[in-house]
Write a protein that binds this ligand. Structure first.
Ligand code: TRP
Ligand code: SF4
Length: 331
C-alpha cells in the first residue's frame, strides 16, 4: 500500500439505486480518483436514516444495491477500500466528541438544515430531529477519522465540507494537531434530464437506472420527452432545447452527434430514429456494466468478502485515529 498517496474519502447515502446522472457525475470521478489516490468509499447508512428513519428497510436493502452499482461500473475493490459506515462504530464515537466542540449556531445556519425547517407548508417535520441537525457533524467524523486530504462531493454538499473544515480547525486548536484539514473537490455534474423533461432524479421517478435491464431501457428511451415544440415528424427540432439530445454526446459517436445536430433542425431525422441510435449506443455501453453486476449477483460470497475486507481495513485506521483522539482529549 503506497502510504504517500493522498487520501480521498466519500460516501453515498443508502436510499436507493443509482441512475445515469450519478454515473456521469460522481462515479466517473471516483473511477479517476481510484487510479491516483488512496480512496475510501462508503455506504452512509446512518446518514440515510436521518431522512428514512421510518423506512429502515429501504436503508438496509439499499446497501447491497449501492455496492453492486459501484462495482458494476468498475470501482475496483483491489484499489479502493469499500465499507459500510455503521460497521465502523468509531465514526459514532468521534461524532459524539466533535459534537462537544461544535457551536449550535454553525449547525443552525447550515443551509440544508435551514431550508428543511421552512414555513408551515414546506416544513418537513421528519427533519426536525437532533440527528438531522447533527448530520454535518457525523459527516465531519466520517471524513477526518481517515485523516483524508480530499473529499469529492457535489455542490450541494459544499456547506457540509466547509463545516468539516471549521470543526477540524477547532479540534486542532483545542487539542493539538491531530487532523489534516480536508479540501472539497467539486464534482461536475452534466445536465442530464429525466424521461419527463425534469432533472433526472429518483424522487421524480424519471430516471434510467444502472440496474435497468435492456427491455426497461428500451421502453424508457422510447417514452422520453424530446423537443416539446416538435409535434410532428415534419416539424424542425432543436437539439439545444431537446431533452434527450444531451445523452448523445455521452454515448454516440462524434459522427452521429454531428449528423443529428445537422439533420434535426431540418427535419431530416425524426425523433424515433434519433432515439433508436441512442438506445443502441446506450445498450452497448451499458452491456459490460450489466455483465459485471450479474457476476457479483451470482457470487454473493465474493461481494460479502469485499465488504468485510473493506470494513476491516477502515476499522483499523479508525481505531488508530480514535486512540490518538482520546489521548489528546484526555479520555
Ligand atoms: N452527505 C453526503 C450526501 O448526501 C453523503 C456523505 C456522508 C458523505 N458522509 C460523507 C460525503 C463524507 C462525503 C464525505 O451526498
Ligand atoms: Fe431531439 Fe433527436 Fe428529436 Fe432532434 S431528432 S428533437 S435531437 S430526439
Amino acid at each position: 500500500m503506497a502510504t504517500e498517496k493522498k487520501r480521498v474519502v466519500s460516501g453515498m447515502r443508502t436510499t436507493g439505486k443509482l441512475h445515469l446522472g450519478h454515473f456521469h457525475g460522481v462515479l466517473t470521478n471516483w473511477l479517476e480518483f481510484q487510479q491516483q489516490y488512496d480512496c475510501f468509499f462508503f455506504a452512509a447508512d446512518w446518514h440515510a436514516l436521518t431522512s428514512e428513519f421510518q423506512h429502515p428497510e429501504i436503508v438496509s436493502e439499499s446497501i447491497q444495491d449501492l455496492f453492486l452499482d459501484w462495482l458494476s461500473v468498475g470501482i475496483d475493490p483491489e484499489k479502493v477500500t469499500l465499507f459500510i459506515q455503521s460497521k465502523i462504530k468509531e465514526h459514532a464515537e468521534l461524532h459524539l466528541l466533535l459534537s462537544m466542540i461544535t457551536p449550535l449556531s454553525w449547525l443552525l445556519r447550515n443551509p440544508t438544515f435551514k431550508d428543511s425547517q421552512g414555513e408551515a407548508d414546506n416544513k418537513n417535520d421528519d427533519l426536525a430531529t437532533y440527528g438531522f441537525l447533527g448530520y454535518p457533524v457525523l459527516q465531519a467524523a466520517d471524513i477526518i477519522i481517515y485523516r483524508s486530504h480530499l473529499v469529492p462531493i457535489g455542490v450541494d454538499q459544499l456547506p457540509h465540507v466547509e463545516l468539516t473544515r471549521e470543526i477540524t480547525r477547532r479540534f486542532n486548536y483545542l487539542y493539538g494537531e491531530v487532523f489534516p484539514v480536508p479540501k472539497p473537490i467539486l464534482t461536475e455534474v452534466p445536465k442530464l434530464m429525466g424521461l419527463d423533461g425534469r432533472k433526472m432524479s429518483k424522487s421524480y421517478n424519471n430516471a434510467i437506472y444502472l440496474a435497468d435491464d435492456e427491455e426497461t431501457i428500451r421502453k424508457k428511451v422510447s417514452q422520453m420527452v424530446t423537443d416539446i415544440q416538435r409535434a410532428r415528424r415534419k416539424d424542425p427540432g432543436d437539439p439545444e432545447v431537446c431533452n434527450l439530445f444531451p445523452l448523445h454526446p455521452l454515448y454516440s459517436s462524434a459522427a452521429e452527434v454531428e449528423r443529428i445536430k445537422r439533420e434535426c433542425p431540418r427535419a431530416e431525422i425524426g425523433c424515433v430514429e434519433c432515439k433508436k441510435i441512442l438506445m443502441q449506443n446506450l445498450l452497448t455501453k451499458l452491456a459490460p456494466v450489466r455483465e459485471k453486476r450479474c457476476y457479483y449477483e451470482e457470487h454473493p460470497d465474493l461481494l460479502r468478502e469485499i465488504i468485510e475486507n473493506g470494513n476491516d481495513r477502515a476499522r483499523k485506521i479508525a481505531m488508530a485515529t480514535m486512540e490518538q483522539v482520546r489521548d489528546h482529549m484526555k479520555i
